[in-house]
Design a protein around this ligand. Structure first.
Ligand SMILES: [Zn+2]
Length: 388
């Protein structure tokens, strides 16, 4: 059956061994070129006629003889870009793909493989052998898109994702660039990443703290995306050390991650431990601190979007929980409050009440105005079940 069909096709079409073998590409083992050669040999043996490979193949135009050249073009396109893994894609003129399908239809070929598939695979083999790179389909460092007929190569450089946690040691720095501030957490962190990876750096924090709030303890999770990096073999420890020398921001646990992990890190809401110094103008007693602690412990807080962020957030009521509370009187107008709460609860408003928009609040419980004077995030706790 195979030989009969091949004979019939070769009478009408001038095909090279690759294109002949590819018509039966889904059968047996070996390369299409080997299949094509074997079919020709068997046909000569059976018919006594010679079935020579034509000078020029009417389907592929001989692109399979030029794989070395295409491999070189690919490597040239990636000049100055560090990569270990790669994948090959290709664009053939539409008429070539149509012609191939037409042959399939005309001769009822059901075991054929597409020309792009063979080309991508065979070119990948050459690049792997000649340049010692590794073809991988899932998240390769680079992708070569080859146009064999115009001999153009388009290079796609895949981004790198790094996760970590940051500690903000001083007050007065915004998380991302803001008017009136010389630098931000993002610029300090990205400066080091840009320098080592030679690419564009995008910083994203898992939530944010206010400019005047420190982020201590084990730090806040963040993700950095480096677009079109020219370097990949980077020691993250070097970046860590460089950032930590800033004296303002410290990073820890830097590690390479996938885009899926990045998404998960940025969308998980974490419980947090806060420490606030609360100011009560009309005075506060030890008993009143006790009352605040008791009332807030395990309380459900209804919080309408704070007035101060209304222009950037939708106005809605959030329900968040306070878990643990500890209080300590400092002097007759100040006390310290340590809170474990759901992520997404605005602490300054939990204390002030934000003119009744947050309830209950420290002000409401005391029946007098209370203000958050100093705030620190002490810990960002790891994923807690059912926290969303
Ligand atoms: Zn061909």
């Amino acid at each position: 059956m195979i030989l009969e069909k091949a004979k019939e096709i070769l009478e009408k079409h001038h095909l090279c061994n690759h294109c002949l073998g590819r018509l039966f590409g889904k059968l047996g083992k070996g390369t299409n070129e080997e299949r094509g050669r074997a079919i020709r040999l068997l046909l000569s043996m059976e018919t006594g006629k010679e079935y020579k490979e034509p000078e020029k193949c009417e389907l592929c135009g001989g692109v399979f003889n030029n794989l070395d050249k295409f491999a070189e073009l690919c490597i040239k396109a990636a000049e100055g870009i560090e990569f270990e893994t790669f994948w090959v894609g290709s664009r053939f003129p539409e008429e070539i793909e149509k012609k191939e399908e037409e042959i399939w239809r005309k001769f009822r070929v059901v075991s054929g493989e597409k020309i792009t598939k063979e080309f991508n695979r065979e070119l990948g083999k050459v690049i792997a052998v000649r340049y010692g790179k590794t073809p991988v389909k899932e998240r390769p460092d680079v992708v070569f898109i080859v146009e064999p007929f115009s001999e153009k190569v388009e290079l796609q450089v895949n981004p790198i994702y790094v996760a970590g946690r940051y500690r903000k040691l001083i007050r007065g720095i915004p998380q991302t660039p803001a008017p009136g501030f010389k630098e931000s957490i993002a610029t300090i962190i990205c400066r080091a990443f840009k320098k080592h990876f030679h690419g564009k750096c995008i910083f994203k924090g898992a939530g944010r703290e206010d400019v005047d709030v420190r982020m201590l303890g084990n730090g806040r999770p963040f993700v950095v995306e480096i677009k079109r990096p020219r370097k990949r073999k980077v020691n993250l420890k070097d970046i860590e050390e460089e950032i930590n020398q800033s004296g303002k921001v410290e990073v820890l646990n830097l590690r390479f991650i996938t885009p899926e992990e990045a998404e998960r890190i940025l969308t998980t809401r974490h419980r947090k431990v806060y420490e606030a110094i609360v100011y009560v103008k009309d005075g506060i007693t030890k008993e009143e601190v006790e009352k605040v602690v008791k009332s807030l412990k395990n309380a459900e807080i209804k919080q309408r979007t704070p007035r101060r962020v209304l222009n950037s957030r939708a106005d809605l009521v959030r329900v968040r929980k306070v878990y643990d509370v500890k209080g300590e009187l400092i002097d007759d107008k100040h006390f310290k409050l340590r809170l474990v709460t759901d992520g997404g609860l605005y602490i300054k408003e939990l204390i002030s009440g934000d003119r009744g928009r947050t309830t209950p609040s420290v002000s409401e419980i005391l029946g007098k105005e209370a203000w958050c004077e100093i705030l620190d995030v002490l810990e960002v706790l790891d994923d807690v079940e059912g926290d969303n």
